[in-house]
Design a protein around this ligand. Structure first.
Ligand SMILES: [Zn+2]
Length: 151
């Protein structure tokens, strides 16, 4: 399932990326360009009541909650999503690109030395080249994910 989040839902989009969902977010997108993303098979996530009814109802979810974690739980409840732990941390939170495993020798000099010494597994965003390591996803942990999901 792929998503596109409107400009008020940037933090929800980041959470969805952490869970491994392909989630477009751009805070400069016009309403028309945003609505057009539904034609690409994406489900639009919005807090903008004016957009309701502009695309087929199964292509849009109106999010009522204010808090990103509550928004996430709301979305999961509405769509009956079952996030797959195998997909967690498989996407870049910055650009939505997919992450590829990287060897320590491939990232030497590109991460802080104390990080390089402490970790053996790294991954790199295919698109923006940002490097991740366990715990680097904006300091999100699996425990925090479980809390956010309310499980
Ligand atoms: Zn990236």
């Amino acid at each position: 399932m792929m998503f596109a989040a409107d400009r008020m839902l940037g933090r929800l989009a980041k959470w969805l990326r952490i869970l491994g969902y392909d989630s477009v977010y751009c805070n400069t997108l016009s309403d028309d360009r945003f609505l057009a993303l539904a034609d690409q098979g994406r489900i639009l996530l919005t807090r903008n009541t004016r957009l309701v009814g502009k695309v087929p109802p199964d292509r849009l979810v109106f999010i009522e909650a204010n808090n990103p974690r509550a928004q996430l739980r709301e979305l999961i409840g509405i769509l009956g999503l079952r996030p797959n732990p195998d997909k967690f941390f498989s996407r870049c939170t910055i650009c939505n690109g997919t992450l590829m495993p990287a060897k320590p020798e491939d990232v030497v000099g590109e991460v802080p030395e104390h990080v390089w010494i402490a970790h053996h597994r790294f991954s790199r965003c295919k698109t923006c080249k940002k490097i991740y390591w366990p715990g680097s996803h904006h300091m999100r942990s699996r425990q925090e994910i479980r809390r956010a999901l309310g499980v």
